[in-house]
Design a protein around this ligand. Structure first.
Ligand code: C5P
Length: 408
């Protein structure tokens, strides 16, 4: 049983929030309803008051509301802030830190997890401004309940109809009980993004990894109650909220960070696109341009995943569960199978990076998860959903320790 703040904003779906409120109560939770001014034009606060059996908060300026700075008091007391329906306007306020009403102030003041069920016209949902705000919130660890028809966590297509109340309640329930996950309390180490290998002080060799897949994995592992350390290469995207964030630049730095941290990890997911080669010795000063062609001599970098795979087995020495990614452009699954065996890892995620809708620097991915005894092919979907599927598979390994076969 928890106290949940249910934010209701001014969309036509506001009436569905009544069912959400009842559903949360049926799960044994106590609900304090916070309505915006426009929400109160769609549904009367009295309805929510009767159902929640609590005063409904409709304004920051109501008398009696400021004696103990109500939004801070509510912010401290709640276990979850759920906003359903959430308009483009409120998403924009949350993303940009605008606090001009009770609900937006509550968002800034609370440390409770936040779950948002967006609802708006499909063009508004698809608008770049809204998408950017949603991405900002995703990166901050805010969770979403998919609206009707084809909504993708980062692809944002679809009609934007509010999700069904039963699905919103189920999502809230999952956020409130992460201990049901076999990852709860486990230490998960995730790597993300590219590495940059310096040629001289102004030039480097890099790759197109955006860090999105690793960030989605880190956010999802944390949502499931894991203690998450994220080792991130240089990325433009904001990293999600994690327990420990380690920033690195080169493959050598990533190697040092991961080898130091892996000993206390239960799971290591190497989603980073680590450079395979690095300049033998970066020039101390900027290399001068000449008329002649330039040949760079490159050394191999240490293969971090393979090194972890050579550690004594998990059963014998408590080695972490190892998950790697195989980015390929041809014979993707066959090469990933070979790589899984060669590197001695538990799961290899085969990733066809030749597709426009999968792999580097896009919001969706299509992968095949390869285990010791079976494989699971996933259709193209948002990286957040791919992350959830990969973690489901990891959870099976954590749960059994002997490893549950994937479907053959
Ligand atoms: O052999 P390949 O580079 O294709 O393998 C990819 C997997 O190995 C990824 O999980 C990547 O993070 C990891 N890797 C690594 N160290 C390297 C290169 C790749 O851990 N130097």
């Amino acid at each position: 049983m928890a106290l949940i703040a249910l934010g209701v904003t001014g969309g036509i779906g506001a009436y569905k929030a009544i069912e959400v409120c009842r559903g949360l109560q049926k799960q044994g939770h106590d609900v304090v309803v916070v309505m915006t001014r426009s929400a109160a034009r769609f549904v009367g606060p009295v309805t929510f008051e009767a159902i929640s059996r609590r005063p409904v908060i409709t304004s920051q300026w109501k008398r009696g509301m400021n004696a103990d700075i109500e939004h801070v008091a509510v912010a401290d007391a709640i276990a979850l802030l759920l906003v359903a329906p959430c308009t483009a306007n409120m998403i924009g306020k949350f993303a940009n830190g605008i606090a001009d009403d009770f609900l937006s102030s509550l968002y800034l003041a609370t440390r409770a997890p936040v779950l948002v069920a967006p609802a708006m016209n499909s063009n508004m949902l698809a608008h770049e401004a809204v998408q950017r705000n949603l991405q900002t919130l995703t990166a901050r660890g805010v969770r979403f309940v998919e609206p009707g028809e084809g909504y993708l966590a980062c692809g944002w297509i679809g009609k934007g109809r509010l999700a069904e109340p039963v699905d919103i309640v189920a999502a809230a329930q999952r956020m409130l009980s992460p201990s049901q996950s076999s990852l709860a309390g486990r230490h998960v180490l995730v790597t993300a993004g590219p590495t940059y290998e310096d040629i001289d002080p102004v030039r480097y060799i890099g790759n197109r990894s955006s860090g999105r897949m690793g960030f989605a994995l880190a956010a999802e592992a944390r949502r499931r109650g894991a203690r998450v350390t994220l080792v991130a290469g240089p990325t433009r995207l904001e990293a999600p909220a994690v327990d420990e964030l380690v920033r690195v630049r080169s493959a050598a730095e990533m190697h040092a960070a991961v080898m130091g941290l892996a000993a206390r990890a239960d799971v290591v997911v190497m989603a980073a696109a680590v450079a395979d080669y690095t300049p033998v010795e970066p020039a101390a000063g900027k290399m001068a341009k000449t008329e002649a062609a330039l040949a760079l001599r490159l050394d191999r970098t240490p293969d971090i995943l393979a090194e972890l795979g050579r550690l004594p087995s998990r059963a014998a020495a408590g080695r972490p569960i190892l998950v790697g990614f195989a980015a390929e452009t041809a014979d993707v699954v066959a090469k990933a199978r070979e790589k899984r065996a060669r590197k001695g890892v538990d799961l290899m995620v085969a990733n066809d990076v030749s597709r426009a809708d999968a792999g580097f620097d896009v919001t969706t991915n299509a992968v095949t998860i390869i285990g010791a005894t079976g494989e699971r092919e996933l259709p193209v979907q948002a990286k957040e959903q791919v992350a959830a599927a990969i973690l489901d598979q990891i959870e099976q390994l954590v749960g059994t320790h002997a490893g549950t076969p994937l479907p053959a």
